[in-house]
Design a protein around this ligand. Structure first.
Ligand SMILES: NC(=O)c1ccc[n+]([C@@H]2O[C@H](COP(=O)([O-])OP(=O)(O)OC[C@H]3O[C@@H](n4cnc5c(N)ncnc54)[C@H](O)[C@@H]3O)[C@@H](O)[C@H]2O)c1
Ligand SMILES: O=C(O)[C@H](O)COP(=O)(O)O
Length: 594
């Protein structure tokens, strides 16, 4: 049930209450499918809305990215904000863009009052963003994972070569009036073994370049495919083997609970005496006190560091001041080219997200490729409406805890991604009975928080898998219904729907077959099947100027019980509903908003 956090395509919730309507928006591949759902459940197109969203840019961003943002949003560039200032400003912003220097903490999400819909990290590492808090608040986090790869790799190589030839120390000494040709004798790289720790985008580019310098390159990465390593002539080895055989170690993994202080006293004790270390990943992957001990003992000959556990580090830090340590102030991504690239990459992602388009670099939401989304679009709508309908059929005080969703399809289970549908069913179930705003980012979390258990079942049908789904069924167990006919033979509130000509239809209520398009609102009546019922209800609605969009009757047998489903464009007033209820043949009825 947990939403997997992987990066690929996805949609996003849209803009704030003030600027647009508090809403969920989907930008699907066809513009005609771009829908915004307002609080009143009507759908309006974004074109009808003219207010601009506000994007807070909290750290310096390349001009091209800023221009792109300004074409769509009001852009507030406020740098060096304190946490308090950020928390105050954030309640007026729909999006926030940061680099690594801003902590986007839980307080920031809480202070946003639900307005913040997307956080853009203009770079790779998202360790400065509280992802759990973002997810809980339904806020999408996107990053710019590719534009600074080469810059970071080049910086890694720059540090490797500068360190091995004492460039920084020699430069400082000559500027201090000294000429120390014997002191700064370096070591050669050719023929030496470099262990690349973390064989991702940056790690593999460093490996490629180091091979060009004549180094023997090995790599450790528990998740990297061996064939990618082999393709560039790199052998994947265990952590211990990397520690034991490397003359140089270069770190390129993310900072996670597993990698935190991965280079500690124990790891240093496994290294070759005189090893040299480069870190352009994150300061936290090294236990900095342990590194100082290893440097003092001569077990580590030199280190070159671009990143630190706390940035900026203390001026008098022993590590920074160590004569065998070369440091730069987190410059890995800081080339003109990388910063322009990152700025464009993140601005496009944030603008797209605010428009409700697919986000290719989402960090905290499941990935749904565009072509899948396009095909599933009407089923997405159907799912939300079925959830919304099912929960409204539950009698007050019943407490919805257990929901079973059945997807019937001629496609094999691996051919149908149901996460989006599940998220929308959850949205439909939760929103009518709470003030929570649910979207793809926080759906599973919201369900879990409310103790809502969703089980999913697949029915594989015979026949051609032309449509992704034949029908979707939602059943709520252990509840009473305010419309007894909605209870199935097995005792659950049950609704079922299909997509017909691209339009969601309700096709079953309890054990009654109906067929009504799910648009506007719905009146469900159970009656004794007899002539004239449609006319009587229709004329009451007509007198009250309520337009009927659809009518359908499902019955057990002629002249026995029947359920009539009436789709209406407008909400009938109390009088009209009372008149319907007063028709003698009507045993029960319910009015539902879709
Ligand atoms: N200094 C800078 O300015 C700068 C610039 C860019 C990236 N970075 C940092 O560099 C790091 C790598 O960036 P990237 O774009 O290559 O990311 P990436 O996601 O492409 O690669 C990270 C790799 O680390 C691997 N990994 C995860 N856990 C590991 C572990 N326990 N041991 C070994 N490998 C592990 C992953 O499998 C992945 O292949 C990140 O920490 C990023 O924040 C720093
Ligand atoms: O993770 C990253 O992308 C780098 O560390 C760059 O960080 P920066 O955007 O703060 O330079």
């Amino acid at each position: 049930m947990a939403a997997s956090a992987s990066s690929s395509l996805l949609f996003i919730p849209t803009l704030n209450k003030q600027s647009f309507t508090q809403s969920l928006s989907w930008r699907l591949p066809s513009p005609s499918l771009h829908l915004t759902r307002s609080n009143t459940s009507s759908f309006v197109t974004m074109a009808a809305l003219d207010a601009k969203p506000t994007v807070l840019v909290a750290e310096k961003l390349g001009e091209a990215g800023l221009e792109l943002l300004k074409g769509f949003a009001n852009v507030d560039c406020s740098y060096n904000l304190s946490q308090e200032e950020l928390c105050t400003k954030i309640s007026l912003c729909d999006a926030l863009i940061v680099r690594s220097g801003t902590k986007v903490s839980r307080d920031v999400f809480e202070s946003s009052g639900g307005r913040l819909k997307v956080v853009g990290r203009a770079g790779v590492g998202i360790d400065n963003v509280d992802l759990s808090a973002a997810t809980e608040h339904g806020c999408l986090v996107v990053n710019a994972p590719t534009a600074n790869t080469i810059a970071a790799a080049e910086h890694g190589i720059a540090l490797l070569t500068a360190m091995s030839r004492n460039i920084a120390q020699a430069d400082a000494s000559i500027k201090a009036g000294k000429w120390l040709r014997n002191k700064y004798v370096g070591v050669s790289l050719v023929g030496k073994t470099l262990a690349v720790m973390g064989f991702g985008k940056v790690g593999s580019e460093v490996a490629r370049r180091a091979k060009g310098l004549g180094m023997h390159v090995i790599a450790h990465d528990p998740y990297a495919p061996a064939d990618r390593a082999h393709a560039i002539g790199v052998e994947l080895v265990s952590f211990d083997e990397a520690m034991a055989t490397a003359d140089f170690i270069s770190l390129h993994m993310p900072l996670t609970p597993t990698t935190s202080k991965i280079l500690n006293d124990e790891a240093f004790s496994k290294m070759k005496k005189g090893v040299r270390i480069v870190n352009v990943a994150r300061g936290g992957v090294i236990d900095e006190d342990a590194l100082v001990r290893a440097l003092d003992a001569g077990n580590v000959a030199q280190a070159a560091l671009d990143v630190f556990t706390v940035e900026p580090p203390q001026k008098d830090s022993r590590l920074i001041q160590h004569e065998n340590v070369t440091v730069t102030p987190h410059l890995g991504a800081s080339t003109m080219e990388a910063q322009e690239g990152v700025a464009i990459e993140i601005a496009e992602a944030v603008v797209g997200a605010l428009k409700g388009e697919l986000a290719a670099t989402a960090v905290n939401a499941p990935m749904v490729p565009a072509e899948v989304l396009s095909e599933l679009a009407p089923f997405v709508l159907l799912s939300e409406k079925l959830g919304r309908l099912a929960v409204q059929l539950v009698a007050g005080g019943s407490g919805v805890k257990s929901v079973k969703v059945t997807y019937a399809s001629a496609r094999g289970p691996d051919d149908l991604d149901t996460r989006l549908l599940r998220a929308m069913i959850i949205k439909g179930l939760i929103e009518p009975i709470s003030s929570v705003f649910v979207n793809l980012v926080n759906a599973d979390f919201s369900a879990k928080q409310r103790g809502l258990r969703i089980t999913e079942e697949r029915i594989v049908l015979d026949g051609s898998p032309e449509n992704p789904l034949e029908y979707v069924q939602v059943q709520i167990a252990n509840v009473e219904s305010k419309f007894a006919s909605a209870i199935s033979e097995t005792g659950e509130v049950k609704v079922e729907g299909r997509v017909k000509d691209g339009i969601p239809h309700l096709t079953k209520v309890g054990s009654f077959d109906v067929d009504v398009s799910m648009d506007g609102s719905l009146i469900l009546c159970r009656q004794v099947d007899q002539p004239g019922m449609i006319g009587r209800v229709g004329s009451i609605l007509g007198q009250e100027n309520v337009n009927v969009s659809f009518m359908s009757v499902g019955r057990i047998a002629p002249r026995k019980q029947a359920v009539m489903a009436i789709g209406v464009d407008d909400e009938p007033n109390k009088d009209a509903l009372k008149k319907i209820g007063d028709i003698p043949a009507i045993e029960e009825f319910v009015f539902l908003k879709l």
